[in-house]
Design a binder for this molecule. Structure first.
Ligand SMILES: [Zn+2]
Ligand SMILES: [Zn+2]
Length: 158
């Protein structure tokens, strides 16, 4: 997470995405988000406030933090509030993709073209009301110094 293009199996956080409800008009939550410099502004709709924290080695390296924290939304549940000219993607040789602001380096919503979904960085949102951690994934790869708290489910992989 965000994602590897070559992955065959449908990840569990994809099945948990909020779009199924959102598409029927049952939105419950709306958030605005931005990067640190303000070049990227976006708005998301979601019926669940579920955050997936990924502890894999790539997410740790790309964030510099113990984990990546994302909300998964359908592609049509995210709107760029201004043209995201500063949005960039980095792709590893294995096809693992991450999005960021080219000015300030903040994590940015990352489109997964395979499923038509976005991984939205929870830390970029203006509010945390209604949000909670639904699951920790790739806990088998977590840093030894990272002590995971709370009651959310923990999975060794996804
Ligand atoms: Zn990850
Ligand atoms: Zn920025």
């Amino acid at each position: 997470m965000p994602f590897a293009k070559g992955a065959k199996a449908t990840p569990t956080y994809f099945r948990a995405r909020s779009g199924a409800l959102c598409n029927s008009g049952e939105y419950r939550l709306k958030f605005k988000g931005s990067c640190l410099c303000g070049a990227l502004h976006y708005e998301i709709y979601t019926s669940k406030g579920e955050i997936y924290q990924c502890h894999c080695s790539k997410c740790r390296r790309v964030t510099g933090a113990p984990s990546n924290a994302n909300i998964v939304v359908d592609g049509n549940d995210l709107t760029w509030l201004k043209e995201p000219a500063e949005l960039r993607q980095f792709e590893t040789s294995e096809g693992w993709v991450s999005s960021f602001c080219s000015v300030c380096g903040s994590k940015a919503p990352c489109k997964d073209e395979r499923y038509g979904i976005y991984y939205v960085p929870a830390g970029g949102l203006d509010s945390d009301e209604g949000l909670s951690v639904a699951r920790h994934i790739y806990v088998g790869s977590k840093a030894g110094w990272n002590i995971i708290g709370g009651h959310a489910e923990q999975r060794s992989e996804n």
